[in-house]
Design a binder for this molecule. Structure first.
Ligand code: ADP
Ligand code: MG
Length: 315
């Protein structure tokens, strides 16, 4: 039997070129140096088999997604990915599974420049916990609480595909199965590059994990404002445009796991912002405006929009 030590060596000791890592995997704890003038942004997310991904999800996809959701939180804060730790609990020692898992995770880590600096490997029901650490100049930090009256609300991509993908896997989808939707569920692409580009123009920001309405609700609550949302402007993929519109909107507004950024831009910066993203070939969709005299979310047709976000502790 290969020892736990060998497994860690072969699966989780990756080469990297970051000069900030003084001691990575291999000692009792990792040591990093923090560049002058930056603050640390720290986030943790756990993925549990059967709760956060279907039990038959591939190891490669689980490796990707566990890191992606944490990178997405750093993007939401305007932070640059720096380091992460990985705590994994596995029912049995399975070298092939760990190899695939580590390949999926590593591809995304290399792409985003985040370095694995340590972790823990234990036996138990399949669960993956990542703590990701990012760096940001204090004046660039993005918070949920910074939305202001008249801000324009944007999202970085089409909404609802991941929720539709989950329905396809669970057999409750009315349209044709689409690989693109299932891929969006299993391989969400965190918007770190977009976050870099937009952060100096943004007031409030978060990433959509619970669903558009639930997460917009978080910004409104933290910022003590309301919002007007134009349902006709909610961006839908080609796949969702082909199904019943009410059902498509349900996925887009209430479905989770999109990992798009939802953010607000002061109306005075709107033209400059739109020019900037166009210049860089980045698509963002304008979906509404912040309004301090409204309570909660209201459609342009005057109808209140209620989030039905997923709550792990509700019956
Ligand atoms: P200890 O018993 O001293 O806590 P471990 O045997 O748990 O040490 O871990 C040894 C080294 O391997 C540590 O540097 C730890 O951070 C790293 N490590 C363990 N598991 C993982 C993992 N899943 N991913 C990355 N590094 C890991
Ligand atoms: Mg030790």
């Amino acid at each position: 039997m290969s020892s736990e030590f060998d497994l860690i060596q072969s699966c989780f000791t990756w080469r990297h070129s970051s000069s900030t890592v003084i001691k990575g995997v291999g000692d009792d704890a990792a040591v990093v140096s923090v560049p002058d003038g930056k603050q640390l942004v720290v986030t943790t997310d756990t993925l549990i088999s059967g709760v956060h991904f279907p039990v038959d999800t591939s190891a490669h996809a689980i490796g990707h997604k566990a890191l992606a959701v944490n990178l997405s939180d750093l993007a939401a804060m305007g932070a640059e990915p720096a380091w992460f730790t990985l705590a994994i609990s596995l029912p049995e020692e399975d070298k092939q599974w760990l190899d695939d898992f580590s390949l999926g995770m590593r591809a995304l880590a290399d792409q985003s420049g985040i370095v694995l600096i340590g972790g823990d490997t234990t036996r138990g029901p399949l669960s993956v916990t990542i703590t990701a650490i990012g760096l940001v100049e204090p004046e660039r930090l993005l918070l949920r609480s910074a939305a202001k009256h008249d801000d324009v609300i944007y999202v970085t991509g089409k909404l609802g595909d991941a929720a539709a993908g989950l329905a396809m896997l669970q057999g409750g989808y009315s349209g044709d199965k689409s690989e693109a939707c299932i891929n969006k569920l299993n391989y969400p692409l965190p918007r770190n590059a977009e976050s870099f580009l937009i952060r100096d123009h943004v007031n409030a920001c978060l990433d959509i994990s619970d669903g558009f309405l639930a997460d917009l609700g978080h910004i409104l609550e933290a910022s003590k404002v309301g919002a007007l949302v134009d349902l006709a402007a909610i961006p839908l993929s080609v796949d969702l445009q082909q199904i019943d519109r009410q059902q498509a909107l349900e996925y887009a507004l209430q479905g989770g796991d999109d990992y798009e950024l939802l953010f607000t831009v002061p109306v005075s910066l709107q033209a400059e912002f739109e020019q900037l993203i166009q210049h860089h070939g980045v698509l963002c969709y304008r979906v509404g405006t912040i309004n301090q005299s409204l309570s909660g979310i209201v459609s342009t047709a005057g109808e209140p929009l209620e989030p039905a976000g997923y709550n792990h502790f509700s019956a």
